[in-house]
Design a protein around this ligand. Structure first.
Ligand SMILES: Cc1cc2nc3c(=O)[nH]c(=O)nc-3n(C[C@H](O)[C@H](O)[C@H](O)COP(=O)(O)O)c2cc1C
Length: 259
């Protein structure tokens, strides 16, 4: 199913169709996902561009049930991690950069840009993996909850210094039709795509309209939501405090710098 609410043109192709059918899947069957399929997905994802070709990411492929169970707990009790056939942890990795630089007797500097670079690389390769997985009909959901207890996650996955999991991804065969109620609406194009220069004209009205659209979507799922706050309500409540209060200290300890 293509999301007609976000397509603004009729032009399409199989890649565009896969992308326009995206939905996060959090419930999986017991059907195995072969190593060959995961390897194919990750081979394709690894074609993703990276900053200066530094390739400052690592992917930890987790199939061990106990490890998935522990990661599910650390993510705040996200059951789909345990239920997934494969859990992929996308890590920002400066450790390998250090090894490469040591060949020339130098150490990479630590600072904000060298923290953002691997985070962006990890984000890009993970999205590529999600598209590749969905192109096989697999379901997947990204798990930012990996940053909730970043130090413990690093311990469980035996990560060296200067490697942390930016987010993970539960992967498996969808247990039910994840598109049965349609796809989660997106903000209107005019609100997020700016032509030549930024504009927030009518932003508030468009956001209020999006509240109503999202409430209709949740209604179809049997979740009764207030049409005046379906999007903005949880966002307002969830954004007043920083999520993952221990993250900054944990990343500092792991060798990532923010100055
Ligand atoms: C970086 C990132 C982290 C996410 N973390 C979680 C998570 O921890 N748990 C979860 O259930 N969904 C998570 N999601 C999925 C989003 O909730 C989902 O993409 C969003 O609600 C839009 O829904 P859709 O993907 O079904 O269209 C995450 C998505 C992204 C991009």
């Amino acid at each position: 199913m293509t999301d007609t609410s976000i397509t603004t043109t009729n032009l399409t192709n199989p890649t565009i169709d896969v992308m326009n059918s995206h939905v996060s899947v959090r419930s999986f069957t017991d059907e195995p996902v072969s190593d060959e399929m995961i390897d194919t997905i990750l081979d394709a994802a690894r074609r993703a561009p990276t900053s200066s070709n530094w390739q400052t990411y690592s992917i930890i492929v987790v199939r061990d049930q106990e490890t998935k169970k522990r990661l599910a707990e650390l993510a705040g009790g996200q059951r789909h991690i345990e239920q997934s056939q494969v859990f992929l942890a996308f890590a920002a990795d400066l450790h390998r950069l250090g090894i490469a630089a040591s060949i020339h007797g130098v150490k990479p500097a630590r600072g904000l840009e060298h923290t953002l670079t691997p985070v962006v690389d990890a984000a890009i390769v993970g999205e590529a993996a999600q598209i590749a997985a969905e192109s096989f009909g697999l379901g997947a959901v990204m798990v930012g909850g990996m940053r909730r207890e970043a130090a413990e996650v690093a311990e469980v996955l035996e990560l060296p210094e200067q490697v942390f999991v930016v987010y993970g991804m539960s992967v498996g065969w969808p247990a039910n039709d994840p598109r049965a109620d349609g796809l989660k609406p997106r903000l209107p194009e005019r609100l997020v795509v700016h032509r030549d220069s930024y504009s927030d004209e009518n932003a508030r009205a468009m956001i209020e309209e999006y509240n109503r659209e999202l409430a209709e979507f949740y209604d179809r799922q049997g979740r009764n939501t207030d049409a005046s706050s379906a999007w903005t309500g949880p966002l307002a409540r969830g954004s007043v405090n920083l999520r993952y209060a221990t993250l900054r200290a944990a990343l500092d300890d792991m060798g990532f710098r923010f100055d």
